[in-house]
Design a protein around this ligand. Structure first.
Ligand code: ZN
Length: 51
């Protein structure tokens, strides 16, 4: 399974676990955009590919 989030700024985060995705996207949003995202927010943005 591959989880991908493409931020509107162009940054792409790709992981193979939800926990890791949430951690990385939250850190990006907070440090770059000063926005706090919840787990639900991150997963709603995620593109999930089964492989
Ligand atoms: Zn961004």
């Amino acid at each position: 399974m591959t989880l991908t989030v493409k931020c509107y700024c162009g940054a792409v985060v790709q992981t193979d676990s939800e926990d890791e995705l949430v951690a990385q996207v939250s850190a990006h949003a907070l440090s770059v955009h000063d926005v706090a995202l919840s787990r639900t927010d991150v997963l709603a943005m995620a593109n999930i590919a089964e492989d």
